[in-house]
Design a protein around this ligand. Structure first.
Ligand code: SAM
Ligand code: DTB
Ligand code: SF4
Length: 325
């Protein structure tokens, strides 16, 4: 029989600091023990049959100066993504309205920028206010923020800012050279101090080791406080990006990553994010069992595909899952 698991290495569960070793030990658990524990933690904090639905819209596509090796929107790689200007307010509102009609409760707008210029930020702030007025939660991901920009977004009614740590600090330099993780942490601090909720996660399947995955989860869990929303992306391999052709990650390892996020960040919305289109339904079901309780919902992520809403609705019906309303 396997040993009972020590879930939190610190005495006060709400404030527990996770060492990389402690998270790595979770990854090493027998699969059934790990999932059982993740589901136990999940049930303590959430209705296990409710899943939150977020719809993404790329409001400014392509032409990004950064060199993120996974990203089809970097200007440095030939991926077929055509650079576009910032979308108009009416087009964004129409997309948000459609997302709400299909059942999404959060609308996330992404821009392929290193960071927003102040005049662009004003236009995004208008979008945030208009989307919020539809009764949707709002989220944006615009890259690095300068002083005062987070406050401007908060005043417009922004609920969440997405900015990912992406991967383990030691692996990070192999993926991105044009911005450091320290700069990312600075933006996250600005977001926090403006009173915006933090959406912060990462990507797996980029050729990192299990130790690196544990390092990424520990780093997220040790943010104080840990993020309210944690997107776990499976790399979507896009031809033309440096990571195209990377050996694909064993699906059980992806499920383990979700379980570790759930156990270490018990009250966070853990999002089963990019990569669902290529993920068999039984694997997605295991992710829900492991504590994922949010998905990207709608045919498109930013530039790549996502399951059709009818497919997701059918999957929810098969699993007895209900969308959060
Ligand atoms: N440009 C902004 C930034 O990087 O901060 C915002 C948009 S960026 C596309 C948001 C996140 O999407 C990235 O941090 C990364 O985690 C995720 N992402 C991008 N391309 C991906 C891919 N091919 N597969 C999985 N996740 C990806
Ligand atoms: C996140 O962690 N994943 C989303 C969202 N935040 C912005 C983006 C996934 C992008 C996948 C590649 C694409 O569609 O361009
Ligand atoms: Fe640019 Fe964001 Fe893509 Fe990096 S992830 S290349 S910053 S759009």
């Amino acid at each position: 029989m396997s040993q009972p698991m020590t879930v939190c290495p610190a005495a006060v569960p709400e404030r527990c600091a996770w060492s990389v070793e402690a998270v790595a030990a979770l990854f090493e658990r027998p699969f059934n023990d790990l999932l059982f524990e993740a589901q136990r933690v999940h049930r303590q904090n959430f209705d296990p049959n409710r899943v939150q639905l977020s719809t993404l819209l790329s409001i400014k596509t392509g032409g990004c100066p950064e060199d993120c090796a996974y990203c089809p929107q970097s200007v440095r790689y030939s991926t077929g993504v055509v650079a576009e200007n910032l979308m108009s307010l009416p087009d964004v509102v129409a997309a948000a309205r459609a997302a709400k009609a299909k059942g999404a409760t959060r609308f996330c707008m992404g821009a392929a920028w290193r960071g927003p210029k102040d005049r662009d930020l004003e236009r995004v702030a208008e979008m945030v206010s208009a989307v919020k007025a539809l009764g949707l939660e709002t989220c944006v991901t615009l890259g690095m923020l300068k002083e005062g920009q987070a406050e401007r977004l908060r005043a417009a009614g922004l609920d969440y800012y997405n900015h990912n740590l992406d991967t383990d600090p030691e692996f990070y330099g192999r993926i991105i050279t044009t911005r450091t993780q320290a700069e990312r942490l600075e933006t996250l601090a600005r977001v926090r101090s403006a009173g915006i909720r933090v959406c912060c996660g990462g990507i797996v399947g980029m050729g990192e080791s299990r130790r690196h995955r544990a390092g990424m989860i520990a780093q997220l869990a040790n943010l104080d406080p840990y993020p309210e929303s944690v997107p776990i992306n499976a790399l979507v391999q896009v031809e033309g990006t440096p990571l195209y052709g990377t050996e694909t990650l064993d699906p059980f390892e992806f499920v383990r990553t979700i379980a570790c996020a759930r156990i270490t960040m018990p009250k966070a919305w853990v999002r089963l994010s990019a990569g669902r289109e290529a993920m068999p339904e039984p694997v997605q079901a295991l992710c829900f069992l492991a504590g994922a309780n949010s998905i990207f919902y709608g045919e498109k992520l930013l530039t790549t595909g996502n399951p059709q809403v009818e497919r997701d609705q059918a999957l929810f019906a098969k699993l007895g899952l209900k969308a959060l309303s």
